[in-house]
Design a protein around this ligand. Structure first.
Ligand code: ADP
Ligand code: MG
Length: 255
């Protein structure tokens, strides 16, 4: 599964909620075929990084996609550029099947575009079949087996639900994926499966950012790591640099 991955660069992000400075001068970047990890204790500002990067919260600082300043672009246009986000809690249409959820996400790219209709005069039926095939392939790509496609999201195993939320964020046309604690609540087997899927996406060229508490996972699959502490960037480097960083060691072990 090849992806035309993108580069996301944030520079000097600052977010304040009243007197609370949730993010203070935070910069990082992720490139095609890379996984960036964001770690730090609860309340460090990890999720706020995503809100700031997707223009979903008032902030100062700069956001660039492929070198283009998108700092003031609405979230919907960022999504069209391939910047996609999966939330900390699973967000599904609970009364639609797994497959219908997937179709709902990819629908705008397939079949409703006027240009597409003119250039590819498929019948309604053929277009629906095509959309369905694309949705099935996208689910399969995240390891969601066909026997779950016609179940409601609430009926499938929790680990598969987490995969579904990534598949839905991915949709079609994702180039940069922002995942907020994708491994939360997963057991060992599901965690390995998740790692394999993320590594496969990376190998295909996707740019991925993961917020994650499981240090083993972060150390294993990321290319670079941002450590946040009370809104500030405590450290930024490769897993082995982070592992040996004196500030990180003190913050995590020295107290
Ligand atoms: P993390 O994801 O690292 O656990 P968050 O980014 O969610 O942390 O939050 C960082 C800080 O900002 C926390 O102190 C949190 O309470 C605060 N915060 C986050 N969102 C809001 C908001 N919408 N209004 C007020 N405070 C917020
Ligand atoms: Mg969070």
């Amino acid at each position: 599964f090849q992806t035309d991955g993108g580069t996301l660069r944030v520079e000097g992000l600052r977010v304040a909620f009243g007197a609370l400075v949730a993010l203070d001068d935070v910069s990082w970047e992720v490139n095609p075929g890379e996984i960036l990890g964001i770690i730090g204790p609860n309340g460090a500002g990890k999720s706020t990084c995503y809100n700031a990067a997707t223009n979903m919260v008032q902030r100062t600082g700069k956001v660039e996609i492929d070198g283009r300043d998108v700092s003031t672009m609405p979230a919907s246009r960022l999504a069209a550029l391939g910047l996609r986000r999966a939330f900390q809690q699973n967000a599904f249409f609970t009364h639609l099947t797994v497959l219908e959820n997937m179709i709902a996400v990819i629908q705008p790219q397939h079949g409703t575009s006027l240009l597409g209709t003119i250039l590819r005069p498929l019948s309604e039926h053929r277009r629906a079949v095509h959309t369905r095939q694309v949705a099935e392939a996208a689910l399969k790509n995240m390891g969601i087996p066909p026997e779950f496609h016609h179940r409601l999201p609430g009926e499938i195993p929790y680990g598969t639900q987490r995969m579904l939320s990534i598949a839905l964020a991915n949709g079609t046309g994702a180039r940069i994926l922002l995942l907020d604690e994708p491994a939360a609540g997963l057991g060992g087997e599901d965690m390995r499966e998740l790692c394999d899927r993320l590594l496969a996406l990376r190998a295909g060229g996707m740019a991925i950012v993961v917020i994650e508490h499981h240090m083993d996972l972060v150390m294993q699959i990321t290319d670079r790591i941002v450590v946040l502490d009370r809104g500030r960037r405590l450290a930024y480097g490769t897993p082995s640099e982070i592992r040996h960083d004196p500030d990180v060691l003190e913050a995590y072990l020295g107290r």
